[in-house]
Design a protein around this ligand. Structure first.
Ligand code: CAA
Length: 257
């Protein structure tokens, strides 16, 4: 891996992916996105990993797709490369994915943050979809995920003016889960990750799948999907362990089976 660092056991059962193109503010070139995709695939298959945290550095989570790499391309180049198809595979990651965001999360950086299940932001984080300022528009989910997260009015304002919002505003409009001082954002993300890693991985996976389904379907089909997944948890040892532990007044020990 050239542009990311992967630590499978950054904390017990918690892996870390760190974007590592600091001079370019972690601009997302094709190779970097492919590396994230490959790393997530490996971590998805690693039973010792229950939750993944993805981060950049204090100055930038990521300042967007790599403008220099895209600048001279034709529409047909873009079509043939279809660089955003990599993102569909990232979206299919089955374990909880937490973004730890500091500094710039712009364009594709904001879109990458929004593919995470939860976000912890530092007080210095700034979110934006500034593509309009360079004569284009969001292409990796910005008009869709942002609108679902913050509503039409705010999404329109961000996409049409290109203006950034602060971490505090991102929190107020529901884009991020929590905002903490800059020295603590990664630790806070680990804390959140550890609390989820202590749960049943089977239940976490099915629950994540069910929440995501709510964005993709109507209520009746979503409720049906949820109910099937709920029933499916009863096939797991973790459900037996969890309920037995409650009855016996002890802490459950989930095995992911
Ligand atoms: N692509 C390529 N290089 C980038 C980049 C990007 N998205 N963002 C920053 N960089 C590079 C700069 O070119 C600069 O490199 P050099 O030192 O070689 O000149 C380096 O990172 C540092 O950046 P700045 O000197 O510009 O730093 P700054 O503090 O003055 O400004 C910034 C920071 C406001 C984030 C500014 O860099 C900026 O506006 N970046 C572009 C943001 C943007 O438009 N993102 C959207 C990209 S398109 C997209 O993402 C499409 C999509 O939907 C996926």
């Amino acid at each position: 891996m050239e542009f990311i660092l992967v630590t499978p056991q950054a904390r017990p059962a918690v892996a870390l992916i760190q974007l590592n193109r600091p001079k370019e503010l972690n601009a997302l070139n094709l190779q970097l996105m492919q590396e994230i995709r490959d790393a997530l695939k490996a971590l998805d298959e690693d039973d010792a990993v229950r939750v993944v945290v993805i981060t950049g550095n204090e100055r930038a989570f990521a300042a967007g797709a790599d403008i220099k790499q895209m600048a001279g391309k034709t529409a047909i180049d873009m079509l043939i490369t279809d660089q955003f198809s990599t993102w569909d595979q990232i979206r299919k990651f089955r374990k909880p994915l937490i973004g730890a965001v500091s500094g710039f999360a712009l364009g594709g950086g904001c879109e990458l943050a929004m593919t995470c299940d939860m976000l912890v932001a530092s007080e210095t984080a700034q979110f934006g979809q500034p593509e309009i300022r360079i004569g284009t528009m969001p292409g990796a989910g910005g008009t869709q995920r942002l609108t679902r997260a913050v509503g039409k009015a705010k999404a329109m304002e961000m996409v049409l003016t290109g203006e950034f919002i602060s971490a505090q505003e991102a929190h107020r409009v529901g884009l991020v889960n929590r905002v903490v001082p800059v020295g603590q954002y990664l630790e806070e993300a680990y804390r959140l990750a550890a609390s989820i890693a202590a749960m049943s991985p089977v239940a976490a996976r099915l629950a994540k799948e069910s929440v995501n389904r709510s964005f993709e379907t109507h209520l009746d089909e979503g409720l049906h999907f949820e109910r099937k997944n709920f029933y499916l948890t009863f096939a797991s040892e973790d459900q037996k362990e969890g309920m037995a532990a409650f009855v016996e007044k002890r802490k459950p020990e989930f095995k992911g089976r």
